[in-house]
Design a protein around this ligand. Structure first.
Ligand code: FRU
Length: 499
């Protein structure tokens, strides 16, 4: 039987638009029980075009309901990426009847100016909602920030700076992040620049995010700047780096320990796989929850417009919880799947203390496949050898990933995953990531959907996310280790179930 595109490739639990093109996640906020997700959307084609903000909501971050388009392009231009905040104190004055208004800030991109080679192509606008994000009105006074003479000037992300009682906004301007402040979300004042001489600059900076976080264990507050760059990622194309430091209300300064480590590493990447771009965090998560929730676009500008789906194009990553940890003298982010994923575990297969002198092989039972599956395992006794996991199916497709300890390198190889020929860039080589830990113990957390793998190594300190398009679902998991002492301390394979 030949499976339909829908059956073979529509993810079970990663957000995809019902139809047509999607790129960056936008304007995510939480209010009154709902997680809102907006997204760069072109409803008329499966390639990029005049940008709209699509809209979806969820109560559990995994089942999404797509709603009518929130923002349409108009004579001023396309609606590019941006953010949204719940204005609890009605600082903007857009509120009605005591309900807090929701303010979205986005880039207005004027394609005619771009075609005429003008520099002032991008300005910033706002829109407001008085019905909890369901319908939106563009502000009459747009643009709220004029173009200062920089061609790439976009993707505003607003955060409430509770220490100084101000709104802070960061946007990307070619080779730097620019910070602004406001009291009312309408009048914005430029504060400072960051980044011209630091971090990865293989391409233009896009889609920043900026927020305070409490450091695990030490309890300190540090500010995190997330900064996407395209191209220039660690394995080619688009990727997302981050910086950690302090913010005095005006200027962002790198933490000295972080900066020393950055000088060695050149960049800190939120994900080393090829398919996690333009990711930012949710606003409005209540203090009682306290999580920093992140979602990215699970594709890469190198081939996003060629991937082999015809009804829709591209998915979001799994929503992830970010943690800020101190390791030695530096700080770093770690990611893990949101805990809500556990609620969808249906059947588990658990084993422990398995010597790896012969490969460990797990065949799925009939009707189940490794395409809606969460696998957690801990390996012990890792020496200088390799630990390799291979997923395969009856069509001869395989996905291979793991650790090369000699090189202190994780890798993922999708060159034989099935449909790969749609773009030269898609499977030209395997992707690699450094392993920072030297521990003989390695924990691996893997989340599989029909067309994606998200791998969290060493407690989420190294993440690799990649997409693939097999001819049939993978049904077999095989783990081989060359170190004679290597054992699987424990492994849990959970089949996930979504309605
Ligand atoms: C990132 C990006 C943003 C821009 C949007 C346009 O993928 O290029 O910088 O706002 O996509 O769709």
């Amino acid at each position: 039987t030949v499976l339909s595109e829908e059956a073979l490739y529509r993810p079970y639990f990663h957000f995809t638009p019902e139809e047509k093109w999607m790129n960056d996640p936008n304007g995510m906020f939480y209010y009154n029980g709902y997680y809102h997700l907006f997204f760069q959307h072109y409803p008329d084609s499966t390639v990029w075009g005049p940008m709209h903000w699509g809209h979806a909501v969820s109560t559990d971050l995994l089942n999404w309901k797509e709603l009518p388009i929130a923002l349409y392009p108009d004579e001023s231009g396309y609606i590019f990426s941006g953010s949204a905040v719940v204005d609890h104190e009605n600082t903007s004055g857009f509120g009605e009847n005591g309900a807090p208004p929701v303010i979205a800030m986005y880039t207005i991109h004027n394609p005619e100016k771009r075609d005429n080679d003008q520099v002032d192509v991008e300005t910033q606008g706002i829109a407001y909602s008085t019905d909890e994000g369901m319908t939106w009105t563009k502000y009459q006074g747009n643009p709220v920030i004029e173009n200062p003479g920089i061609r790439d000037f976009r993707d505003p992300k607003i955060v409430r700076d509770t220490t100084r009682n101000q709104w802070v906004m960061v946007l990307a301007a070619q080779d730097r992040a620019k910070f602004y402040r406001s009291d009312n979300l309408k009048d914005w004042e430029f504060l400072s620049d960051f980044g011209v001489e630091t971090g990865a600059h293989g391409g233009v900076w896009e889609c920043p995010d900026f927020f305070p976080m409490t450091v695990e264990d030490t309890g300190e507050t540090k500010w995190v700047l997330i900064q996407s760059v395209n191209p220039g990622g660690p394995n080619g194309g688009s990727a997302t780096q981050y910086f950690i430091g302090d913010f005095d209300g005006t200027t962002f300064i790198l933490d000295p320990g972080f900066e020393a480590e950055l000088n060695k590493r050149k960049a800190f990447w939120i994900d080393y796989g090829k398919d996690n771009y333009a990711g930012v965090t949710w606003s409005g998560i209540p203090d009682s929850d306290g999580r920093k929730l992140f979602i990215g676009w699970m594709s890469n500008w190198e081939y996003a417009q060629q991937v082999p789906t015809t009804a829709w194009r591209s998915a979001m990553t799994l929503p992830r919880e970010l943690r800020l940890v101190k390791t030695g003298n530096t700080y770093q982010l770690a990611s893990q799947p949101v805990r809500e994923l556990k609620d969808f575990r249906a059947r588990a297969s658990k084993k422990h203390d398995i010597a790896l002198n012969t490969p460990f092989v797990y065949h799925t039972e009939s009707n189940a496949a490794l395409n809606s599956t969460e696998i957690s395992l801990t390996l012990e006794g890792i020496g200088n050898g390799t630990s390799v996991i291979q997923l395969y199916n009856k069509e001869g497709d395989s996905l291979t990933f793991g650790l090369n300890s000699q090189k202190k390198e994780f890798f993922i190889d999708r060159t034989k995953t099935g449909k790969t020929g749609f773009s030269e860039k898609f499977a030209e080589k395997k992707s690699v990531a450094p392993r920072f830990s030297s521990s003989a113990t390695l924990d691996i957390h893997i989340v599989l959907d029909k067309t994606s793998i998200e791998i969290f190594y060493d407690n989420g300190s190294v993440v690799m996310t990649e997409i693939f398009f097999p001819e049939a679902p993978f049904d077999t998991f095989r783990l081989t280790a060359t170190d004679s002492e290597a054992v699987i301390k424990e492994i849990a394979i959970h089949q996930l179930k979504f309605d």
